[in-house]
Design a protein around this ligand. Structure first.
Ligand code: C2E
Ligand code: CA
Ligand code: CA
Length: 458
């Protein structure tokens, strides 16, 4: 009889200790790997939903302007194929003009709009549905709103499976041990976190010095990935992709050093070196257009256009053969500088492409504001195009919208014959991907050009 309170309190002590250790590991993990990848995943899903809403807002615009329910329903019917979407509607003048699916009666919802002001990751994970909306514009004027509802259960299934053991255990422990964890955090964890952070930034500065020296030593060189016409036989251009030729280590991919270069400001120097070398190589390929990538932070700094034009002039490279690729993140900053830079480039005859379309902010209003020459559909959509109906629906909507605005469409990351066939049928103008060719050194482009001439003559 007496043993009961004792075992109870021992049990409690164990529970608290377990909770504390689990909480500690979650917080530690949270500061570094686990929580970061978790929020990235949720963020990607959110952005995907907002992008979807914006794409459908754009295809619904003509019908919404006329107030034609039938036309709107026809325009947005592909939304029904998009995974996890259970409801979509178009509102004009505060009334529902057209709707598809039912609105589930649930207690907890998370809401997103174009500004992506969101609740915390946990709130979103716990919500049953996510609402994403986008303004429907007609020539810049708002005429209504497109709203979609997606069920989180399906949306986050891959994540919850992957993180279940870690995440759920940690959540439970946090629930029990949260106050204790709070006390311990300051004394135990903060110094550890501070130490790890300073170690990390020390390591980063060492790496940054190595990268800077490598740029000066000419170890950063351009590879070229051919871009083909829709038939897949004629090489129309190339995209310049940087490689770090590390002595004794082969070629290092940009994913391993471009983020560091961006963080440390070395990217400006890197991009300039690459552009100069690309001009020199590509002067010998007069029939090919040359696409270069510009990091958002470089592009947002005033003087970018001036520096690019100076390089072209110094190398004698024709401006109308150059295309600058920008990602949507470039549009998150100061739009006045951006507008000026884009205008200066275009005035000189340089074309502008929107890269990785569908993965970033996708605030479609800038498609109308800036008038891109080309739009590159991101690999994540192309990847599933022949296998998933939701990707196919999104890509089809992107294509019809881009064609309507008069932009050239490039599909990235084409890896299979079926994707090539379907994309070319759907109206994509150009394609790029391992199915056609991998990025290669300048010398290998020569051989490709011989084959090109054969294809053009035939
Ligand atoms: P990106 O601009 O989206 O470039 C396309 C990436 O997809 C390249 O990766 C390319 O090798 C890869 N890729 C092409 N076709 C396929 C395919 O069929 N399947 C798969 N799985 N991948 C394919 P890479 O060369 O590793 O470059 C990664 C990113 O690094 C680029 O993405 C770009 O954002 C950035 N980057 C590359 N070069 C430069 C550069 O010179 N300057 C700047 N600022 N960024 C660069
Ligand atoms: Ca690119
Ligand atoms: Ca891309």
């Amino acid at each position: 009889v007496d043993a009961s309170p004792t075992s109870h309190s021992i049990g409690r002590t164990i529970t608290v200790l377990t909770s504390v250790s689990l909480a500690v590991s979650l917080v530690a993990l949270g500061s570094f790997a686990g929580m970061q990848s978790l929020s990235r995943y949720v963020e990607q899903k959110q952005q995907g939903l907002v992008a979807t809403a914006q794409i459908f807002a754009s295809v619904a615009a003509p019908g919404a302007r006329k107030g034609d329910t039938g036309e709107v329903l026809r325009a947005i019917r592909a939304i029904g194929k998009i995974e996890s979407v259970v409801h979509a509607r178009v509102e004009t003048g505060g009334r529902v003009l057209a709707s598809i699916g039912v609105v589930p009666q649930l207690s907890s919802d998370a809401r997103l709009d174009e500004t992506l002001v969101t609740e915390g990751v946990l709130a979103i994970m716990r919500s049953r549905t996510i609402e994403a909306s986008a303004i429907i514009r007609d020539g810049g004027e708002p005429v209504g709103r497109f709203v979609l509802l997606a069920e989180t259960e399906g949306l986050f299934a891959p994540l919850t499976t992957a993180l279940a053991s870690l995440f759920i255990a940690a959540l439970i422990s946090l629930g029990i041990g949260v106050s204790v964890a709070g006390q311990f955090r300051r004394q135990l964890l903060d110094p550890v976190i501070a130490l790890l952070t300073s170690v990390r930034s020390l390591a980063a500065s060492k790496e940054a010095r190595a990268l800077s020296a490598a740029i000066d030593a000419g170890e950063l060189i351009p590879f070229y990935q051919p871009i083909f016409d829709r038939t897949g036989t004629v090489m129309a251009g190339v995209e310049v992709l940087v490689r770090w030729k590390k002595p004794g280590q082969g070629f290092v991919l940009p994913g391993d050093f471009v983020p560091l270069a961006e963080k440390t400001g070395l990217i400006g120097k890197l991009d300039a070196v690459l552009l100069r070398q690309a001009c020199r190589d590509a002067l010998a390929w007069p029939e090919l257009t040359v696409n270069v990538n510009a990091s958002a932070i470089v592009f947002q700094s005033a003087g970018f256009a001036r520096r690019v034009l100076a390089t072209l002039q110094a190398e004698g490279f024709p401006a109308d053969r150059l295309m600058v690729e920008l990602t949507e993140s470039a549009f998150a900053g100061d739009s006045e500088t951006l507008r000026g830079e884009i205008q200066a480039l275009r005035q000189a005859g340089i074309a502008i492409a929107l890269d990785d379309f569908g993965t970033g902010f996708s605030n479609l209003s800038y498609l109308q504001q800036f008038r891109f020459d080309e739009i590159k559909i991101d690999r994540t959509f192309v990847d599933k195009f022949d296998r998933s109906t939701d990707s196919a629906a999104i890509v089809t909507a992107i294509i019809s919208m881009s064609r309507a605005i008069g932009m050239t469409i490039v599909a990235e990351g084409v890896e299979r014959a079926e994707q090539h066939d379907l994309l070319s049928e759907a109206g994509v103008h150009y394609m790029q991907g391992f199915y056609f060719a991998k990025p290669m050194p300048a010398a290998d482009i020569e051989a490709r050009r011989q084959a090109n001439r054969g294809a053009e003559a035939a």
